[in-house]
Design a protein around this ligand. Structure first.
Ligand SMILES: Cc1cc2nc3c(=O)[nH]c(=O)nc-3n(C[C@H](O)[C@H](O)[C@H](O)COP(=O)(O)OP(=O)(O)OC[C@H]3O[C@@H](n4cnc5c(N)ncnc54)[C@H](O)[C@@H]3O)c2cc1C
Length: 392
């Protein structure tokens, strides 16, 4: 079996495994760059889910792929991020225009984001990767249908429990963060910018996602697996946050909640020969910065630029890994730290934490956010084709 190549251009063909936010964005970017690819996704249709916030870094890159307008039509634009105490007193506010005059973020209903990304892409839904094997000059994959294919390179965009990572990389599995999370979407006309209420060992966040919807998420310190079974979760959440000054009533029924224990990767993995990882497959981190998907979007754009510039091969993948490594490591560290502090339980630590949050000057917060959204390693926003491979 010879390496699958594109019939018209004769260019080498790649396989993207996984049609989540990272894989679909890579599909859009490859399409824009004229790179031939296949994209397989094991579930039969675009993913469901609750909501998501996209930072300015992600919004700008999606704009270069022509997606800003549909996302703005569907989602809710925001220009502020706030942390409050359970009584609703402000601990911190960051105003995005202070970070950059044009900066804003977007709250979105996740299924709509997935639909916008998937539109017009040749995704093979319901096709899972079973095995991946590197051979001299190619990569052989076996699919859930039993079919075997050979590609010039494979990109694992298959998430936290990536099979590509497990089979090709010498990787440790994900580790539990120590806190668990419920998500929900409620009908509400409140155009709320991202707001989190920080308590002791628990936090709850709300953000408008457009079209009269509020996306909510709540975290709680708990042993792994303790809340895996849904029965009683809605009642538990209402109890846990009963004394929080929230602008809406929490869900009544367990069926309205999506629950996950939160995991992260202890080590990040990028490239091994003709196999590269992007998104959570490479660097899953706790969701405390709201930057996980944004980093996957950044990965996708940088990888597509590298392949466009250098062709499919070691040079492109090497440049990609080099440009992404430090950025992802820095955000993962910050997110882990923020999660630890945000989940503190001891009353004294909580009091000290809240006092420190109040005392932190706006300037310092804006500077931190500027680094996150515009700093070292953030891809520049030139459209594919015009982009030099120097980032940040
Ligand atoms: C509670 C929570 C809140 C979050 N909030 C935000 C936020 O507000 N903003 C933000 O930027 N990030 C956020 N994140 C992080 C973000 O959700 C992830 O970083 C992002 O969804 C990862 O996208 P991905 O495409 O890399 O992986 P995934 O979304 O996991 O997609 C992987 C895809 O691969 C498919 N797949 C898996 N195995 C195979 C296989 N063998 N064959 C074929 N297909 C396969 C899966 O079905 C899936 O569709 C949050 C995360 C959590 C847990």
């Amino acid at each position: 079996m010879s390496v699958t190549s594109d019939g018209r251009s004769g260019q080498k063909r790649l396989l993207i495994v996984g049609g989540g936010i990272a894989g679909l964005t890579l599909g859009c970017a490859f399409q824009q760059a004229g790179v031939p690819f296949d994209l397989i996704e094991r579930v039969p249709e675009p993913a469901g889910g609750a909501g998501i916030m996209l930072g300015w870094n992600a919004v700008q890159l999606l704009a270069t792929l022509g997606l800003e307008r549909p996302l703005l039509e569907l989602g809710q634009r925001f220009e502020q991020v706030r942390i409050l105490d359970p009584l609703g007193r402000t601990l911190q506010t960051v105003s995005l225009p202070e970070v950059h005059s044009e900066a804003y973020g977007l709250g979105l209903f996740r299924p709509e984001l997935h639909h916008v990304l998937a539109e017009g892409l040749p995704v093979q839904w319901g096709v899972g990767l079973q095995t991946v094997q590197v051979e001299p000059g190619s990569v052989r994959v076996r699919l859930s249908s039993g079919e075997e294919r050979v590609y010039a390179a494979v990109i694992g965009a298959d998430g936290l429990h990536s099979r590509v990572r497990e089979q090709v990389f010498d990787a440790d599995g994900p580790v539990y963060t120590g806190y668990t999370c419920w998500r929900f979407v409620a009908e509400s006309p409140l155009a709320l910018a991202p707001t989190e209420w920080w308590g002791a060992g628990r936090r709850i966040g709300l953000v408008a996602t457009g079209q009269n919807r509020l996306y909510g998420y709540a975290t709680l310190n708990a042993p792994a697996g303790q809340h895996r079974h849904a029965a009683g979760s809605a009642a538990l959440l209402r109890r846990l946050f009963a004394d929080f000054a929230l602008p809406l009533a929490l869900p009544e029924s367990d069926a309205e909640l999506i629950h996950h224990d939160l995991y992260e990767l202890p080590r990040h993995h990028w490239v091994s020969g003709p196999v590269a990882l992007i998104g959570d497959a490479a660097h899953a981190m706790p969701p405390n910065l709201g930057q996980g998907a944004a980093l996957g979007i950044e990965d996708a754009v940088v990888l597509a630029r590298a392949v466009q510039r250098y062709g499919v091969g070691a040079q492109a993948f090497g440049v990609y890994a080099q440009l992404r490594r430090n950025r992802a490591a820095a955000l993962a560290r910050t997110s882990r730290h923020l999660g630890r502090v945000g989940q503190w339980e001891h009353p004294l630590l909580v009091t000290l934490r809240n006092a420190a949050l109040v005392a932190t000057p706006q300037r310092a917060l804006a500077a931190q956010m500027r680094e996150q959204l515009l700093g070292a390693g953030v891809p520049r926003t030139a459209p594919l084709g015009d982009a030099a491979i120097t980032e940040g």
